[in-house]
Design a protein around this ligand. Sequence first.
Ligand code: SAJ
Length: 404
Amino acid sequence: MRFERVSVIGLGYIGLPTAAVLASKGYRVHGVDISDSVIADVNAGRAPLFEPELDELVAEASGAGRLSASHEYTASDVYVIAVPTPLKAGFAPNVDAVLAAAEGIAEVAPRSALVVIESTSPVGTTERVRALIEQRRPDLAGALRLAYCPERAIPGQTIKELVHNDRIICGIDGQSVKTALAFYGSFVKGQLWPTDCRIGEMVKLVENTFRDVAIAFANELSIICDHMDLDVCEVIELANRHPRVNILQPGVGVGGHCIPVDPYFIMHSVGDLTHLIRTAREVNRYKPHWVTAKVLERVALLADTLGRQPILACLGAAYKPDTGDIRESPALEIVSNLAERNACDLVVVDPFVDGVPPYRFVDLNTAIAEADLLVVLVGHTAFVELPLQKPVMDFTCVLDTRNQ
Ligand code: SAJ
């Protein structure tokens, strides 16, 4: 099996790093995207999104003529589909972009091509894609090599995890598994685990749903401890000294494009059978509202003491620590809720985010100087050493408030 040309459909948070890594391994990579600006950036050797090491890899690959991008599908040995699968109305999975990619591939794919879906997909999607491609290309029936190999890389460490994480390799038949194992074996250093597509589709959903449920436990614990006037950070830290307990960190909610989305793919498939998964989603979606209410309580007290509207600094806008990614950010949801209530003057600090209109972004020192109350919404490392002379509400366990 020889693979030389690889097409990556979707040059986003996973597709572009994958394309760049493949190009660095010597493949000739063609990226297909619907965005003019993404195509222009990649062809100019620039990464349109921030991810450590990505800029350098894209510049190098494009400079060496191994990475190009356009709107058009071209003949390739391998097609990697890495397009978004968001939610549509009623929290139903939207796989339109995967199906559109499959149609585009069917137009041009050579008979020997391997097609891989990396996008998180509801159970049954790979079979749907097989039916669609074979309907468009009856000559591929029986010959099509089609696999589901979901990405597992965490934003912030995508390049490293793309190469080093174990992967599941799920084919529609034995030949597809074998071909996909050969392809992923050429650039992945983690172990490859072959299985069938329906199992693989469920495994990916289960991974992110597990994390959502685990975070919901930590978030609920923080609400309970607050009610009981206990420091949840200390409770978790000490409970985790037990060899079989590993509680995650509470935060202000669950953001990003994966964990708050994927549980709905399972819920949508089985409806009333989900109780724990559904409740975990409710807990995590409720958390930003709970935080907003806690902050507003404190703001009202401060307003009474000061005899004016307090100045409030929200520390953090990103969806998680030490990234500038604001997709589905619960911190921003809280900023927006607070701004709507108009009970305080708001400033926002985030060393990773340039700004989000209409909010007033300032640097950390200005915020510390100006604000009457500091509220930590994201556990960025930059906030760890915060001077605690001003009143602080920390929802992230980033500050050691016990030793102040
Ligand atoms: N969070 C907490 N407490 C924690 C851990 C996370 O509140 O202890 C919050 C974060 O602040 C953030 C959200 O959860 O708002 C999600 O962050 P994350 O770091 O847990 O995960 P993502 O969304 O950045 O990436 C996840 C990863 N999945 C798992 O860890 C099972 C990644 O490996 C997947 O590849 C990615 O989803 C994806 O694309 O599916």
